[in-house]
Design a protein around this ligand. Structure first.
Ligand code: HEC
Ligand code: HEC
Ligand code: HEC
Ligand code: HEC
Ligand code: HEC
Ligand code: HEC
Ligand code: HEC
Length: 410
């Protein structure tokens, strides 16, 4: 099978004259990037093993409300197929261009009948402009902070160079690609899909080769609850279970605290390397450490707010001094939670407003704003991007619940 380099060599940039008309011969841009070789046969996942999954629609008949509200959450739509609604960037002329730090390079985004496309235009000399076009294949990100897009080259999955930035409502350079470069070379590894999708089948030889038809996008109910077929069958039978514990379905709410947190830590403790076990082999209830490296950060080392949610929460006195706090103490993953004041009753489950050191001076002004001061939004150092020369860093809620003396009321 061809290696990454030869695959890239075949991804030609079309050479255009300065007028934008194609000229020969075509030449390719330098490849850059590389896929880690994938050892064939490492992943035993077969279609047979997918048996038992029934999909969210099958839950509707008995859990209608949960499915309806869940489908409005960021988890549910964290990856989707591209369409006019799912892509948040603007394709209208004028708004569909991204300039870069390199004055000879810009990108154009287009909606055509055949789909959505990104094209890089690179002026290489007075007389020569090269161009490369790729099609949006997968949308990653619900768009809370932004979205990034993937494209297919055969069965290879790669990141597109242009992303979308919600705060500015603009196209932006994709994180990981240097501003001013016309690379289409970042392979998408299985861990990315493990966190942002439900199912995929690796087909090798490279780690970004997937069976396109196997992709189950978005995070579905069964990612956290396990396969639903037996559960459905039992409740449809003439003698349905008398107790939910005989329901043949995983309820993480019944796990010990560590195992509950592991369900979330699969995706919320950073992109640590997987141990030598196949992708997708973690099931809720398993010990996550058997599956990925989860090094405990030393007490004074900074932990990034993106991807460090679990580690930061574990550093909080709230977490350390309570035996019961889990992610579900504050989060109901089955519905969108956008109102900060709605989290206050969670704090007041364990605290009194009056015990806040600020209460004496500020009184009930602080009532609705515990989160603003004790879990401030802070910029991540991990997802850095740029648009038209401006550096972009999204702000993420710090889960180390603590005293931040500089924090102000909103
Ligand atoms: C034929 C009806 C039916 C279908 C279909 C169904 N469920 Fe259930 N489910 C039930 C019933 C009934 C209960 C028990 C409710 C109770 O006792 O509170 C239940 C309970 C559960 C529980 C809690 C189990 C526990 O230990 O407390 C979970 C989680 C669950 N279902 C998830 C799902 C998911 C996910 C799907 C779709 C993949 C699904 N169910 C499909 C009927 C169904
Ligand atoms: C399979 C990976 C995965 C698992 C498991 C997972 N999450 Fe997430 N979670 C994500 C991703 C990816 C996002 C970002 C979604 C987006 O905006 O595109 C996210 C976003 C969130 C958000 C922000 C939602 C919003 O609308 O602001 C919360 C809260 C959250 N997760 C909590 C949890 C909790 C609690 C658990 C465990 C019960 C959990 N997650 C399990 C991947 C996961
Ligand atoms: C270990 C799990 C994990 C991996 C691997 C991972 N992500 Fe994420 N990603 C998350 C979580 C969790 C969030 C949101 C919460 C946060 O910022 O901590 C997120 C946020 C995002 C967002 C912003 C979503 C929004 O709606 O604002 C984008 C875009 C994104 N990831 C793309 C990717 C791409 C593309 C890859 C792979 C090339 C990738 N991520 C790899 C877990 C992961
Ligand atoms: C990101 C992980 C995650 C996803 C996705 C998820 N759940 Fe849950 N679910 C949990 C956790 C954790 C609990 C236990 C804590 C709680 O009740 O919130 C739970 C509890 C439940 C329960 C039992 C408790 C109750 O409130 O009745 C049902 C039923 C259920 N989920 C159904 C679903 C259905 C149906 C879907 C898809 C529409 C779904 N879940 C998607 C994590 C998840
Ligand atoms: C499950 C119970 C629980 C919940 C929920 C909870 N806390 Fe705590 N919190 C504690 C405990 C226990 C302590 C430690 C008190 C002690 O040791 O005296 C603590 C400590 C604190 C501290 C002192 C931190 C420090 O580093 O000195 C602050 C501030 C705080 N909590 C704020 C909050 C806020 C704000 C919320 C809601 C977002 C919250 N807590 C939710 C149990 C909880
Ligand atoms: C003490 C309450 C509390 C606990 C416990 C908690 N969270 Fe949160 N979480 C919040 C609040 C408050 C927000 C802010 C919601 C918002 O800004 O809309 C939040 C936001 C998030 C977000 C979105 C962050 C962003 O800025 O994009 C993610 C992801 C998340 N939580 C995951 C988790 C996970 C995973 C756990 C368990 C390890 C957890 N949370 C435990 C209160 C909590
Ligand atoms: C304006 C910002 C601000 C708001 C809003 C706020 N706090 Fe605080 N809180 C602080 C600061 C600063 C301290 C520590 C300094 C002090 O004692 O003056 C503190 C201290 C605390 C402590 C630790 C007390 C101790 O003696 O260890 C707790 C618990 C606490 N706050 C809970 C809350 C809760 C619950 C809310 C919401 C009802 C809240 N805070 C709202 C800024 C705030």
């Amino acid at each position: 099978m061809p290696g990454a380099a030869s695959i890239f060599a075949s991804l030609m940039f079309l050479v255009l004259g300065a007028s934008g008309v194609a000229a020969t011969p075509a030449r390719s841009l330098p490849a850059g990037g590389n896929s880690t070789p994938f050892s064939p046969g490492a992943n035993p996942t077969t279609r047979a093993e997918v048996a038992g999954y029934i999909g969210d629609q099958a839950c509707v008949s008995c859990h209608q409300d949960k499915v309806a509200s869940y489908h409005r959450t960021a988890h549910s739509i964290t990856s989707t197929l591209p369409d006019a609604d799912s892509i948040h960037g603007d394709f209208n002329p004028g708004a569909n261009i991204l300039k870069t730090l390199n004055t000879n390079l810009y990108f154009v985004m287009e909606a055509r009948d055949e789909g959505f496309f990104q094209t890089a235009f690179l002026r290489r000399s007075q007389t020569e402009i090269v161009r490369r076009t790729e099609k949006f294949g997968v949308v990653v990100g619900s768009g809370r902070k932004g979205q990034t897009y993937l494209f297919w080259k055969g069965d290879g999955l790669f990141q597109l160079p242009v992303s979308y930035w919600t705060e500015l409502n603009e196209w932006a350079n994709s994180p990981g690609y240097p501003d001013g470069s016309a690379l289409f070379s970042r392979p998408v590894n299985p861990r990315c899909l493990e966190c942002h999708a439900t199912f995929f089948k690796e087909i090798g030889p490279l780690e970004n080769n997937f069976d396109k038809a196997s992709l189950v996008l978005g995070i579905t109910c069964e990612k956290c609850h396990g396969r639903g077929a037996e559960h459905q069958a039992r409740y449809q039978s003439k003698t349905p279970p008398q107790s939910a514990t005989n329901g043949a379905v995983i309820n993480p709410g019944r796990f010990a605290r560590d195992r509950q947190i592991d369900v979330c830590a699969l995706c919320h403790a950073g992109g640590n390397p997987r141990k030598s076990v196949p992708s997708l082999s973690f099931a809720p209830g398993d010990v996550l450490e058997h599956y990925v490296d989860l090094p405990e950060p030393a007490p004074n080392t900074p932990v990034d707010v993106h991807g460090g949610t679990v580690q930061l929460l574990k550093r909080s006195r709230c977490f350390k001094s309570s035996a019961t706090m889990t992610c579900s103490t504050c989060h109901d993953v089955h519905a969108p939670q956008r109102d900060l004041a709605a989290f206050v009753p969670k704090c007041l489950g364990c605290h009194k407003v009056e015990s806040c050191g600020k209460f004496a001076k500020m009184g009930h002004q602080i009532d609705a704003q515990c989160v603003v001061c004790h879990m401030p939004l802070q910029p991540t150092q991990q997802i850095i991007s740029s648009a038209n020369g401006t550096k972009l860093q999204p702000k993420v809620r710090n889960h180390q619940i603590a005293i931040y003396p500089e924090a102000q009321l909103q």
